[in-house]
Design a protein around this ligand. Sequence first.
Ligand code: ZN
Length: 229
Amino acid sequence: MAILSPLLHLFYPHICTGCGSDLVNENNLLCLQCISDLPHTNFAMHANNPVEKSFWGRLAITAAMSEFYFTKGTLIQTLIHEFKYKGNKDVGLYLGAIMGNSLLSSNRFTKIDALIPLPLFADKEFKRGFNQATILCNGISEVMNIPVINNNVIRTRFTETQTKKHRTERWKNVEGSFEIKNPKEITGKHILLVDDVVTTGATLEACGAEMLKVEGSQLSIATLAFAAR
Ligand SMILES: [Zn+2]
């Protein structure tokens, strides 16, 4: 288990965000019990891990990892809820930093040039006030010292005429379409595409496919949690 205390220079509350216990080190957000309860996957260390396999035949990625198993009614769901729906960005930065530590301790993610958060639809991001994937990127970036590229990949909904096209194409509408505004910024780079929870991987696939069209680009994927299908 990595040492979690000096991850980020934030002022955390003196109760555990996971369980409410007051047995919390002042530099941490979780108590020792919650830290040891976190369901790490260790996917970062292993080639052909389940999240990597889920992209086989769909997307030519270099490597993929998810930090935690997503299971309902557990600590990781509490933390994701606190972060995504209650807007506690410190939790997101903290979880991102944990991802960064795992990526750093693996030799499979050593050549990443930049981090890109999976974009939300603009109206959804406006409503929430932030993109959770961007916060995760910021946490990873602080640990790995790799820049975050924001506002280059854009996500838009298909127009109505496009959605009427074809029944088999309808699933694509749910994910929308992705557009790279400034391909030069990622030309020849190895990008780590970051998202919160991977389930079917359809959105990451749609976004990643667009990114791989850019000349010389290489793609790896990191998500906070992995939900088995
Ligand atoms: Zn706790």
